[in-house]
Design a protein around this ligand. Structure first.
Ligand code: FAD
Ligand code: SF4
Length: 570
C-alpha cells in the first residue's frame, strides 16, 4: 500500500503550484512554465476558454431577454455584486453570486469577485499606470505603514517586460508622478477633452491631463499576433470577453501562452484550502485542495508555491494555513497578517456642462478616457491630509432622435438627430492609508460551502478620506470653472469600501520580518518557498490602478524563484 501512496504522491507533485489564474496568477503561470517548471495552476472557479466561453460577446442589445438590464430578482438575490457598474445581463456569468460565496461584513464592505479561469481580468477596466517613486516612498515619508523594500528602479524593467507582452496603449507624457512605459499608440482625444487639457496645462504647472494608459492593442506587434490577438476594434463591450483579444486578459494572453509550453496543468473547480507546512523540512510542501464538484480534499505538492488568489483571498489562505510552527497563519510571526489592508476611494465625482465647441461632435467609441495624475502632496507634505488622489475625466455630447412622423418625415427625423450640449465628468481615485485597524480575519464559527472559515472583513474610511474627498471636489470644481465649464455639480455617493475593487495589503512587503510578511522578492520571510504576488503583498496603495504592478511583481518574483531554485535556496 505504501508503494501505491508514493505513486499517488508523485502523480500530484509538480515543480511549482500557482493558486489562482487571474491577472497575477496568469503571469506567474506564464513565467514559471516559460522558464521550464512543470506548473500546476489551481483555480477555484470553472474553466473559461478564450472566445468559446464568451457567450454574450456578439449579442446586440435587443437579443438580450431584458435588453441587457438586470431583473429585480437578480438584484434582490445579489445586493452586493449588483452594485458593481460592470455587472449586467451581458456579464452576469463572470461575477460571483452573493449567496454562493458568503463572507462576514463586520463593517460594510462590497467585495467584488470573479471566480473563474481568468479571474477579474475578464471584467476589468484595463487602466494601467506605472507607480513612481513618490508612491513607493509614501510610507517612509509619513510613517503610515512600513517602508517599501523596493523602489521604482526595482520594478522598471519588469514594467517594460509585461507592458510589451500585454500591449499597453498610451502617450509618453514625461511626468515624474507617472513614469512612461513601452506604449502602443494612445487613444484619441475629443475636442472638449483637448480644450480641458490645454486650459489646465496653461494654468497649473503641477497639474496634467493625459490620455489614459490602457491594456488595449491599438497597433499589434508580432508578440501580440503570436498570442493570437488582434487590434482592438473599439466595441467597448470588453467586460463580456473580447474575441479579438483586443484587451489583455489571462484568458487571451498569459494562460494560453503558458499552456503552449506543455508545462502547465490547469485544474479548475479547485479551491485551495491551505498551504501545507512541513516542520521537519522547514518549508511548505504543497497545498490542500477542495474539489468544488465532489467536495473531496486532495493534496498537491511542489517546490515553490505562488499565491495569487487576489488580495483578500490570499490573506484567507495564509490565515487558514496553520501548523505548530505557524499557529496564527503561515509566515505570521509578526502578527500583522490580515492587517493594514488599504484600498482606493472612488466615492466622489464632479460633473459639468460646456457650451463651446458646439460645431463639433464625437463619433465612434473609445474603450478608455483621459486621466489626471496625482498632484497633491507630491514633492512634500502640503495638505492637511496624507497622500493624494488621481482622477478620471471625460467629455461627451449626447444626441436625441425624434421618432415622430411617418414615411419620409420619419426617415428625415431619424437621419437628423439633434445634438445636446457637451457634458463633462470626473471621478476621484484616492489613496487610503494602511492602518492596523483595517483588517481581515477568519470567522471562528462560520464556514463557506467548502468547509473553509469565512473571511471577516473590518475595513472603513477615516478622517483622512473625508478631507481628501472635500479637496478633490473643490479642486476639480476650480479646474472645471477655469476651463469655462458651467453647472458644476459635486457628488459623494458614500459607497461602501470595496466597490472600487482595488483592495490591497494584509500580507505586506517590508524589510523587517517583525513588521511585515513578505521580503523584497515577495517571498514569505519565514517560509522562503512561498511567494505572494497579488494585491495582498502591497504595503501601500498609491493613486494608480494596481494591476500592472501585480503583473510586474509576478514576473519579477517568478524570475527570482526560478533562479533561487537553481541556486538550491528554495
Ligand atoms: C469591473 C472591474 C474594473 C476594474 N478595473 C481595473 C482597472 O482599470 N485597472 C486595474 O488595475 N484594475 C482594475 N480592476 C481590478 C483588477 O481586476 C484586479 O486588480 C486584478 O484582477 C487582481 O488580480 P489578481 O490576480 O490578484 O486577482 P483576480 O484577477 O481576481 O484572480 C484571482 C483568481 O484566484 C481565484 N481564487 C481565489 N481564491 C482561490 C482559492 N482559494 N483557490 C483557488 N483559486 C482561488 C479566483 O477565482 C480568481 O480567478 C477592476 C476590476 C473589476 C471587477
Ligand atoms: S473595445 Fe477592443 S478590447 Fe474591448 S471588446 Fe472591443 S475590440 Fe475588444
Amino acid at each position: 500500500m505504501s508503494y501505491l501512496n508514493i505513486d499517488a504522491q508523485a502523480l500530484n507533485t509538480y515543480d511549482a503550484i500557482v493558486v489562482g489564474s487571474g491577472i497575477s496568477g496568469g503571469w506567474a503561470a506564464k513565467e514559471l512554465t516559460g522558464k521550464g517548471l512543470r506548473t500546476l495552476v489551481l483555480e477555484r472557479g470553472r474553466d473559461v476558454r478564450h472566445i468559446t466561453d464568451y457567450p454574450t460577446t456578439n449579442m446586440q442589445p435587443w437579443e438580450f431577454e431584458h435588453r441587457g438590464q438586470l431583473t429585480s430578482a437578480v438584484r434582490d438575490a445579489n445586493p452586493i455584486i449588483s452594485k458593481c457598474y460592470a455587472f449586467y445581463e451581458g456579464t452576469e456569468q463572470f461575477f460571483v453570486k452573493d449567496a454562493e460565496h458568503p463572507y462576514v461584513q463586520e463593517k460594510p464592505f462590497d467585495w467584488i469577485r470573479g471566480y473563474q479561469v481568468g479571474g477579474k481580468s475578464l471584467m476589468w477596466a484595463r487602466q494601467t499606470q506605472r507607480w513612481s517613486d513618490f508612491d513607493f516612498q509614501g510610507p517612509a515619508r509619513d510613517g503610515f505603514a512600513v517602508d517599501w523594500p523596493i523602489r521604482y528602479a526595482d520594478l522598471a524593467p519588469w514594467y517594460s517586460y509585461v507592458e510589451k507582452f500585454a500591449g499597453i496603449s498610451g502617450n509618453k507624457d514625461g511626468l515624474a508622478t507617472l513614469p512612461d512605459g513601452e506604449f502602443l499608440p494612445p487613444h484619441e482625444w475629443n475636442c472638449v477633452e483637448s480644450h480641458f487639457q490645454k486650459q489646465i496645462s496653461s494654468r497649473y504647472k503641477d497639474r496634467h491631463v493625459i490620455m489614459g494608459r490602457a491594456a488595449h492593442i491599438t497597433q499589434p506587434k508580432q508578440v501580440h499576433y503570436d498570442q493570437g490577438r488582434a487590434q482592438c476594434q473599439h466595441r467597448t463591450i470588453c467586460e463580456r470577453g473580447c474575441p479579438f483579444g483586443g484587451y489583455f486578459s489571462s484568458n487571451s494572453s498569459t494562460i494560453p501562452w503558458a499552456a503552449k509550453t506543455g508545462k502547465m496543468t490547469l485544474r479548475p473547480n479547485s479551491v485551495v484550502h491551505s498551504i501545507i507546512y512541513d516542520e521537519k523540512k522547514g518549508r511548505a510542501t504543497g497545498v490542500r485542495v477542495v474539489d468544488t464538484n465532489t467536495k473531496q480534499m486532495t493534496e498537491y505538492y511542489a517546490r515553490v508555491i505562488f499565491l495569487n488568489a487576489a488580495a483578500l483571498n490570499s490573506n484567507l489562505v495564509l490565515l487558514n494555513s496553520t501548523s505548530n510552527r505557524f499557529p496564527n497563519g503561515l509566515g505570521n510571526d509578526s502578527g500583522v497578517l490580515g492587517k493594514y489592508v488599504a484600498f482606493h476611494n472612488y466615492r466622489a465625482g464632479v460633473s459639468g456642462e460646456y457650451d463651446g465647441n458646439l460645431d463639433s461632435t464625437t463619433d465612434g467609441r473609445r474603450p478608455n478616457s483621459p486621466y489626471i495624475p496625482r498632484f497633491r502632496n507630491v514633492e512634500k507634505q502640503e495638505m492637511s491630509f496624507l497622500r493624494g488622489y488621481a482622477a478620471g475625466f471625460s467629455a461627451g455630447r449626447s444626441s436625441q432622435t425624434n421618432r415622430d412622423g411617418l414615411g419620409a418625415d420619419l426617415k428625415n427625423n431619424l437621419l437628423n438627430p439633434t445634438l445636446g450640449g457637451w457634458h463633462v465628468g470626473s471621478h476621484m481615485m484616492g489613496e487610503t492609508i494602511p492602518k492596523e485597524s483595517n483588517y481581515v480575519a477568519l470567522d471562528s464559527s462560520l464556514k463557506d460551502p467548502f468547509g473553509i472559515p469565512q473571511l471577516k472583513i473590518n475595513i472603513a474610511y477615516d478622517d483622512n478620506d473625508e478631507k481628501m474627498i472635500k479637496d478633490y471636489q473643490e479642486q476639480l470644481s476650480e479646474m472645471f470653472t477655469a476651463a469655462g465649464f458651467t453647472n458644476i455639480k459635486v457628488r459623494d455617493d458614500k459607497r461602501n469600501p470595496g466597490l472600487d475593487i482595488h483592495e490591497m495589503g494584509g500580507a505586506r512587503m517590508g524589510k523587517d520580518p517583525k513588521t511585515s510578511i513578505l521580503n523584497k522578492w515577495n517571498q514569505v520571510h519565514a517560509c522562503k518557498n512561498v511567494f505572494v504576488t497579488d494585491g495582498a503583498c502591497m504595503t501601500s496603495t498609491s493613486t494608480q490602478n494596481p494591476s500592472l504592478t501585480y503583473m510586474a511583481m509576478s514576473a519579477r518574483s517568478a524570475d527570482y524563484a526560478v533562479k533561487a531554485i537553481k541556486r538550491g535556496e528554495v
